[in-house]
Every structure is written in C-alpha cells, then in structure tokens.
Design a protein around this ligand. Structure first.
Ligand code: RFL
Ligand code: PHB
Length: 389
C-alpha cells in the first residue's frame, strides 16, 4: 500500500490533518488502533478557541458546531464565596465555543466518509520506520495480517501513549515534564447546567469546575487526591462535594441527577522537543500534554495541524520545504505559551497539599489582583481565548 501522508491516530489531530490534506488533493491514510465507536466514546475537551472553529470550517466540518455549539462571551471565577466574571468578549473582542470533542470527532469522521478518505480501524502494532531517510513506511497488522504502508511523510497523531514518540527516543528527543499532586474527578449528567457560562471555583476543599455539553447536559469536575478510586464516589457523594465548593446561591440552584459517565484523570504538563524527526512529525498530544484547567489540549492539536498542513501543502504545491523545516519551531513557540498558561491557571485555582499558609495567602492575593486589575484580567482572557496562530 502507498500514500503520500501516513497518519497514525484518528483523534482530533489526525482527522483534522487528514481532512485538510484530502481537500487539498494530497493522498493520506489514517491508521487507528481502536474502533470508531471506542474513539467516539471518549469524553474529553469541551471548549474550542476561535482559531480551532475556523479550522473546522476550513475542513468543511463546522456546520453542526455552528448550529448546536454554545458560543460563550465569558466565564466566572469564584473564590471566597463570591463570583467574578471574566468578560472574554469585552476584554479581547473574541469568544469561545462550547462544543464537545466527541462531536468534533464525529463531524470530522462523517466528513472523511463523505469525501472518500481512508481510515483503517483496529490497526494493531503500528510502527514508523526509516523516517530518517527518503523512504519512510509504517508497518501494522490488520485482521492479524502484517501490512506495510509506504509514504512520503508520517504524521504521529497517536496521542500521549502512541508509538510515534517512542520511535524517536534516543534520537535527540528531549522531554520536559511536571506532574501535579491531584487529579480531576469528572461526571456527565443529563441535567441543565447550573449557569449558562463556565464556573471555575477556587475553594478550601479544592478546585471545582462547572461546564456543559448542551443546555440539557452538564459536565462537572472536582479536584481529588491521586489515589482516589472512582468506585468510592456515588453520585450523591459527588453532588455534595461539588456543591460544597461553590458559593451558596450557586449550590442551591444546582439541578442534580444520575451520572452517565464518571472518571478520574491525572493532571500533567509535558513537552517533547523537537516535534520533527526527518520525515516524521509529532502532532497534538503525541508531543505535548497540558493540565485541562486552561482548556488548551485540543486547541494546541489544532494549531499544530495548522503549521504542519501549511508546510505539507507548500511541499506538494510550491515545491518549498520552508514550512516543513519551520514546523517544530513554530509549533513549540505556541505550545510553550499554552503550557505556561495551563500551569499558571492550575497553580492559581487548585489546593496544593504542601502550599502551607504562605502559599495560601499568595494564591488569594493572585486571585484578588486578577479580578481587580483590568490588565491582569485581559492577560488571562487573551490566553483563554487563544493566542493567534
Ligand atoms: P488523542 O485524542 O489522544 O488521539 C490519539 C489517537 O491515536 C490513537 N492511537 C493509535 N492509533 C494507531 N496505532 C497506535 N499504536 C495508537 N495509539 C494510539 C488513539 O486510539 C487515538 O484515537 O490525541 P489528539 O488527536 O492529539 O487530540 C488531543 C486531545 O484529545 C486532547 O488534547 C484534549 O482532549 C485535552 N482536553 C481538553 N482540550 C481542550 O482543548 N479543551 C478542553 O476543554 C479539554 N478538556 C481534555 C479536557 C482532556 C481530558 N482528559 C481526559 C485527558 C478534559 C479532560 C478530562
Ligand atoms: C469540559 O467541558 O470538559 C472542560 C471545560 C473547561 C476546561 C476543561 C474541561 O478548562
């Protein structure tokens, strides 16, 4: 089998890259380890930057998002029992779109099917080869049969645990990492959201986030200990804990109901450098992870795809490798700024076990400054809506 660009992974980054390439007449094949339903079953990101929504439009996959997504002009920060609204639109002229990653993935999969793009699901043991030379290829097993996909380039869109980054270990790969001493316990429930905007809450019992997927489906999170077990959290226990971390009037207004999903995610900051190794490119979560506090993960996957797609298009249509050569540097410049913002927002909003009373007062001063200063609010807002790409 032969294609121009072999894409490993059918998450948002692989699907978006694949669609832009297909629309530009550049042949590509996606190899995905899981089934379509498994990929669609993952509940993850919820907040899209305008740059990401523009890319979905460019890929012809934005119609349902515009019809059903919820544009948000701001969000609430709560601490010390009070609400402070960050007016994203007034501060930056931009807004964000609340539309679930599951729906983004579904829209991109539907568009790929419409335009005849090839995805091989349940591709086992995918492994990139010979990307240092001019003839790269990917081996994998399909229905137990060994296969080989020859290509010009390999896009490693295979997430944090995928084979692409493993293939470049010991080849000049440098990694940077920070783990946090807590996780997020999250639920989805078919109840109306407590507020029409997101609420990020800093509370002595720990961080909480009120988000949503629609006007009838809520997504809520509470900070939890790393060794916490999801089985120990009945729905009632979750709702009680969530309400205890919100201002009284918000807690009283909350509609509760049975959860339809409940899981714990650890928080991590991680960057792999560089993001290009010859004819292999690392894209999205394969190259970097941010803690979800800043809602940046999926949006960084989209900006990586922007830079890589532009580079590949220039390679095929203009016979210029300038964009490909600049990929790693351009992507990492934006990645590190989002890493900084996500790290900062995580530090500002969570309880750290070892912060002590000094750390506690510093956090309160930071929040007070943030909500009292137009300059500080604007800085937060411009990072939250997304730096340009
Ligand atoms: P993905 O989505 O992990 O997709 C990788 C794909 O590669 C496949 N794969 C393989 N395929 C073939 N062979 C192999 N050997 C393979 N190994 C793996 C996998 O099956 C999968 O289909 O990476 P991608 O495309 O780079 O997308 C990244 C985003 O998914 C991620 O950054 C976001 O979900 C992060 N995130 C958020 N991002 C935001 O922008 N806004 C948010 O509000 C937001 N909230 C979140 C989040 C992530 C969360 N969790 C659980 C990690 C909230 C949470 C709780
Ligand atoms: C979500 O809706 O899942 C969500 C929203 C905002 C975040 C993280 C997750 O910062």
């Amino acid at each position: 089998m032969r294609t121009q660009v072999a894409i490993i992974g059918s998450g948002p980054s692989g699907l978006l890259l694949g669609q832009l390439l297909t629309d530009a007449g550049i042949d590509n094949v996606i190899l995905e380890r899981a089934t379509r339903d498994y990929v669609l079953g993952r509940i993850r990101a919820g907040v899209l930057e305008e740059g990401t929504t523009h890319m979905l439009d460019e890929a012809g996959a934005g119609a349902r998002m515009h019809a059903q997504g919820l544009p948000h002009d701001g969000f609430d920060l709560t601490f010390a029992g009070k609400h402070h609204r960050i007016d994203l639109h007034a501060l930056t002229g931009k807004r964000v779109m609340v539309y679930g990653q599951t729906e983004v993935t579904r829209d991109l999969m539907d568009r790929r099917a419409e335009t005849g793009g090839v995805t091989i699901y349940e591709a086992a043991d995918a492994e990139p080869h010979d990307f240092d030379g001019g003839k790269p290829y990917v081996t994998f097993k399909s229905n137990g049969v060994e296969q080989r996909l020859d290509c010009d380039f390999i896009a490693g869109c295979d997430g944090y645990h995928g084979p692409s980054r493993k293939a470049v270990e010991g080849k000049g790969l440098e990694t940077f990492e920070r783990t946090y001493p807590f996780g997020w316990l999250g639920i989805v429930a078919d109840v109306p959201p407590v507020s029409h905007e997101l609420i990020y809450s800093n509370h002595p019992r720990g961080f909480a986030l009120c988000s949503m997927r629609s006007n009838t489906r809520s997504r809520y999170y509470v900070q939890c200990a790393l060794d916490e077990k999801v089985e120990a959290w009945s729905d009632d226990r979750f709702w009680d804990e969530l309400r205890s971390r919100l201002p009284a009037e918000t807690a009283q207004a909350m509609t509760t109901g049975p959860s339809i999903e409940k899981s714990i995610a650890p928080l991590r900051s991680f960057v792999a450098e560089p993001m290009r190794f010859g004819r292999l490119f690392l894209v999205g979560d394969a190259a970097h992870i941010v803690p979800p506090t800043g809602a940046k993960g999926l949006n960084l996957a989209a900006s990586d795809v922007r830079y890589l797609f532009d580079g590949l298009r220039e390679h095929y249509s203009d016979r210029s490798d300038a964009g490909i050569d600049a990929y790693s540097q351009r992507a990492l410049a934006r990645v590190w700024k989002a890493e900084r913002f996500s790290w900062w927002m995580t530090n500002t909003m969570h309880r750290f076990p070892d912060a002590g009373s000094f750390g506690q007062r510093i956090q309160e001063a930071e929040l007070d400054y943030l909500t009292g200063s137009q300059a500080a609010s604007t800085s937060m807002a411009e990072n939250y809506v997304g730096l340009p790409f």
